[in-house]
Design a protein around this ligand. Structure first.
Ligand code: ATP
Length: 623
């Protein structure tokens, strides 16, 4: 079973390995070098989210550090008063003013830190919102071709799986680093003021801890490194067990036991690694404590010696002990926050790189305004259009030339993979050709914003989306052209019957995952998709296999509707049902990305080429 679980070679884990590798190899110096730029980047994000809360978090933390130092200095006053000769009551009375200062400093520090904590927690949701919105703004604007590019998907996966979510924690870690550094500087300052000889003692006290903290952090990340692929596999199997899309086949193929065993094998592997981590962490912690204890012992011995040779008074030695304790806490926080900042920084960089990646791919600003650039067309012409999908050796289209006049019904036919859908998407401005030109009248589409073309085009797509929205929105797509337009589009597509059968009519949510949501059959969905295309009322209507899932009666009605709706509009029809293209004004036959024949149905039958072969084959099936 173990083997089956580990044989899930299709899961890409290379990127996770990438960062885990970096963490496993980290040295203290590497972190220290990257730290300033990470802090700067994080502060930039925080500032964009809320300048006020960022300022509050930083300034209040800074002031908190000042009061830490002030409190320590006041402690010296208390100890000095207490350690002088004389009656106890008198000494306590002398210490009272300093004691009041210590209490005031502690109260101030606590208040300031609470304020800083509040500002910090206010920043988190603001940063999360900002980064999520930014991501989706970019992913929805990037040219469609990016979604055919594996590099884009890798970058998207890295940005969405973790990068986007660490934006706020990166800021928290950066502020924690600043806070801890301020705390350490405050203590070092106090010790320097009390007696410069105490500064080396501070180093002696904190260095063993620093060493232990770095060691423990590195160990944790190397363990996580081993765990990531296992964790991802478990997650993927878990999804198969709990997702709606796989639920039917899990049952139909009685895969439950098989999947559960596979899940268990991976879960046990993960559990073993975690148990081993717990053991190794305990050992490291023990070693760390031992070394830390040794450091503390050395500090006390050194303090004792300084006292013995009367290099420092007892009160200062007492304050030094408190200061060093406080420095140790700050240092532990600093190490923890620095490690976190570095690790999260790696994922955060994935996020910022992805945003840059998208920005680089955006369509260059058009010389013409987006919506006013195109005012319909009298003629669309493609000249020598060639197009390859990213990473694909063979072009999907090679030197395609065609002409479509306003009001014509044009059909693209050809075998699977011949390039029909690709050509239609280029005409609709969804892809840009690698070479060649598409003209709408005299306007080269490369010179206009793609949205200008899209606003004048409707596509009834072969792989249309089943939008998890209400029936109304599935047709209107958020536009408001009024009830008559909605009902007319639904009626032409035969979607009105489907909607009449829904419990809440147009208000029915077409998503079974929600209460009161409804599911439609494949053909019913297709009718909705056809209605959506008609409702857009565009100059150019592209129908890519609009009737593939329809029953014979619905198909007949849809084509009748299409003919009626086409009145004066231009239609590009892609279909394998050749009986439906007989009435097209012109048929283009594609083969391996090239137009090999063109003409009317009669002309193509007479030509005795590929079209005639395909048509005769299909007609024979009905004889
Ligand atoms: N997103 C994509 N990424 C890479 N290659 C693609 C992509 N979409 C299509 N192709 C390839 O481009 C070629 C043309 O595909 P296209 O979808 O345009 O064909 P089609 O004529 O519409 O086929 P069908 O009749 O099966 O719908 C095919 O070889 C296909 O493998």
């Amino acid at each position: 079973m173990e083997e089956e679980a580990l044989d899930m070679g299709e899961i890409t884990i290379s990127d996770w390995y990438g960062h885990a590798d970096k963490m496993a190899e980290i040295r203290f110096r590497t972190i220290a070098r990257r730290l300033p730029s990470l802090v700067r980047q994080a502060m930039g994000v925080a500032w964009r989210a809320s300048p006020r809360d960022t300022l509050c978090a930083v300034i209040l933390n800074l002031l908190g550090g000042v009061f830490t130092a002030f409190g320590l200095l006041a402690t010296t006053g208390v100890l000095t008063a207490l350690f002088t000769a004389g009656p106890t009551l008198g000494r306590v009375q002398t210490a009272l003013p300093s004691l009041a200062l210590v209490a005031a400093a502690a109260a101030m520090r606590a208040t300031l830190q609470a304020g800083a904590g509040w500002a910090q927690s206010r920043l988190n949701p603001q940063i999360s919102r900002l980064s999520e919105e930014e991501l989706y703004r970019q992913t929805s604007e990037v040219p469609l071709v990016a979604f055919d590019d594996p590099d884009f998907h890798d970058a998207l996966e890295r940005a969405t799986s973790r990068g986007m979510y660490v934006a706020s924690t990166v800021v928290t870690s950066a502020i924690d680093v600043l806070t801890a550094a301020i705390g350490l500087i405050a203590v070092a300052g106090v010790l320097g003021v009390l007696h410069p000889g105490l500064l080396p003692l501070l180093l002696l006290a904190v260095l063993p801890d620093a060493w232990a903290a770095v060691r423990a952090a590195r160990m944790r990340y190397t363990t996580e490194y081993a765990l990531i692929p296992v964790h991802r596999r478990k997650w993927i199997i878990g999804k198969l067990l709990a997702e709606r899309s796989s639920a039917a086949e899990v049952r139909a193929f009685t895969m439950r036991g098989f999947l559960l065993r596979m899940y268990d094998a991976v879960a046990v592997a993960e559990q073993d690694v975690r148990l081993a981590l717990a053991r190794r962490q305990t050992i490291t912690r023990l070693i760390g404590e031992a070394i830390g204890g040794l450091g503390a012992a050395l500090v006390y011995i050194a303090l004792g010696l300084l006292l013995a040779v009367a290099a420092i008074p007892l009160a200062i030695a007492g304050t030094a002990v408190l200061a060093i304790k406080s420095a140790q806490t700050s240092l532990a926080n600093l190490m923890y926050a620095t490690n976190r900042l570095y690790e999260e920084g790696l994922y955060f960089t994935d996020f910022t790189r992805f945003l840059d990646f998208c920005a680089d791919r955006h369509h260059p600003p058009s010389t013409l305004p987006a919506t006013a650039a195109l005012t319909g067309f009298r003629r669309i012409a493609a000249e020598n259009v060639t197009f390859s999908y990213p990473g694909s050796d063979a072009p999907a289209l090679r030197g395609v030339c065609l002409e479509i006049k306003r009001g014509e019904v044009i059909a693209f036919v050809g075998e699977n993979g011949s390039g029909k859908t690709t050509l239609a998407k280029i005409l609709a401005g969804l892809y840009e050709p690698d070479s060649g030109t598409v003209f709408w009248d005299d306007v080269d589409l490369a010179d206009v914003h793609p949205d200008a073309v899209r606003l004048r085009t409707a596509i009834i797509a072969q792989d249309h989306t089943r939008w998890p929205l209400t029936a109304r929105y599935n047709i209107t797509m958020g536009t408001d052209k009024g009830e008559p337009a909605l009902h007319a589009a639904a009626a032409i597509a035969g979607a009105d019957d489907v909607i009449a059968g829904l419990p809440h009519g147009y208000r029915t949510l077409l998503d079974r995952r929600f209460k009161d949501g409804c599911e439609l059959s494949g053909g019913q969905w297709q009718r909705i998709a056809v209605a959506r295309g008609f409702h857009r009322d565009a100059d150019l209507l592209i129908c890519d296999e609009p009737t593939a899932a329809l029953d014979a009666r619905a198909e007949h009605a849809a084509f009748e509707g299409l003919r009626a709706h086409a009145d004066g509009r231009t239609v590009v029809l892609i279909t394998h049902r050749l009986a439906s293209v007989r009435y097209a004004d012109r048929i283009y036959v594609l083969d391996h990305g090239k137009i090999v024949e063109q003409g009317t149905h009669e002309a193509l039958i007479a030509a005795d080429g590929l079209y005639r072969d395909l048509y005769t084959l299909q007609a024979a099936a009905y004889r």
